[in-house]
Ligand binder design. Structure first.
Ligand SMILES: *Cc1c(COP(=O)(O)O)cnc(C)c1O
Length: 369
């Protein structure tokens, strides 16, 4: 068996211990003689699996009692709509901070659904390479919306905007459980699982109870499936949930717990990110540089360019980097087209050894090119 160092932005690498456990239980999970893939979601065998995942989320993220935890489908992208339909219901106005593709898509979806979107700050002027500083958000907004870690641009909030009584909504798809987060500062948090929690197929939603409203109170035309209350009442089993993904999620949460919880992840992630940023900032001849500005840098997604950026042969050099890296067992390093260059996503499951292997490769590549 030969495993690679996988720097994919998502779906992304999972802890090997988790994959091995899943493999060992594939034919017979907990003496049931079935794989979790084959279980009825209403069975006595599956019920403890989903309950366990919920309990672990609550414990690891220190979710206060007045918040509901939901496991939904449709990915982060469906949350762009659900947030607008369930929260944009009093004044019909919402404040969005625009920090890149995902925040922009969320705002566009809210607008499409008839919410009046005010973009109160944006970092578009510098190709989203930083997080604007918005100390306070005021106004008659139903909610304020941020994308806490910008997977494509490689930026991350180093502060939580003060929104007073306005519920703060955050997309934490690519940074969930990468560090401790004070859930009580938010009205709603959501995360597609395929970056940092599980395989694709489940979306974690944490919503303050008072923001859960009846279907009739949602924006007109909201489908039953897109009303949070449907899933609160159904305890994430209104319809068939993504059973196997939730099972793997539970195992990843157990792994996080065994590795120091959110604090342990933060230490590990900071060490990894520092190692890579340090090299990017100080490498000989400035062959590489990080695109995200200091003070806004993600611990999870690190885009970088070479000294050929803007040159005629830039695309060729980038392609060469990606191809040679792959041959060396370092995969999925191609950058997003909006930033160019390369991107290393180093989620919780990536080890420091993986990052060291990447930097070793980068040094060699720089001296040969
Ligand atoms: C990947 C991603 C999304 C989109 O998630 P899907 O599950 O593919 O819909 C949304 N927001 C952020 C920050 C992401 O990284």
């Amino acid at each position: 068996m030969s495993r690679v160092w996988n720097f994919s932005a998502g779906p992304s690498c999972l802890p090997e211990e988790v994959l091995k456990e899943c493999a060992a239980e594939m034919m017979d999970c907990n003496g049931t003689g079935q794989s979790v893939m084959e279980m009825s979601h209403r069975s006595a065998a599956f019920e403890p699996i989903i309950k366990d995942a919920e309990v672990r989320v609550r414990k690891l993220m220190k979710v206060p009692d007045n918040y509901k935890i939901l496991f939904l489908q449709g990915g982060g992208s469906t949350q762009f709509a659900m947030v607008a339909q369930n929260l944009g219901i009093h004044t019909g106005k919402a404040a969005y901070i625009q920090t890149g593709v995902w925040a922009k898509k969320a705002a566009a979806e809210a607008r499409h659904l008839g919410v009046q979107v005010d973009v109160i700050a944006s970092s578009e002027d510098k190709n989203y390479s930083y997080i604007p500083k918005v100390e306070k958000i005021e106004g008659d907004y139903d909610y304020a919306y941020i994308c806490f870690n910008n997977t494509i641009m490689g930026t991350h909030y180093e502060y939580i905007p003060d929104t007073g009584k306005i519920p703060l909504v955050a997309d934490i798809s690519s940074c969930v459980l990468s560090e401790p987060l004070d859930v009580s500062k938010f009205g709603l948090l959501f995360a597609g699982a395929q970056k940092n929690l599980a395989p694709a197929g489940v979306t974690l939603v944490i919503i303050r109870e008072d923001l859960v409203c009846d279907l009739e109170s949602c924006r007109p035309g909201t489908p039953t499936m897109l009303c949070y209350k449907t899933h609160v009442e159904g305890e994430s089993m209104y319809n068939t949930p993504p059973c196997y993904t939730i099972y793997v999620l539970g195992k990843v949460l157990k792994w996080i717990e065994a590795n120091g919880g959110a604090e342990g992840m933060a230490r590990r992630n900071k060490e990894k990110a520092d190692f890579l940023y340090d090299y990017l900032d100080k490498n000989e001849g400035n062959f590489y540089h990080a695109t995200a500005l200091i003070g806004s840098r993600s611990l999870m997604n690190i885009p970088f360019l070479t000294k050929y950026a803007g040159a005629e042969n830039e695309k060729e050099i980038n392609a060469k980097f990606v191809k040679e890296a792959e041959a060396a067992g370092l995969v999925n390093l191609k950058g997003h087209r909006l930033v160019g260059g390369m991107r290393a996503s180093i989620y919780n499951a990536m080890s420091l050894d993986g990052v060291k292997a990447l930097v070793e490769f980068m040094k060699k590549f720089a001296s040969n090119n």
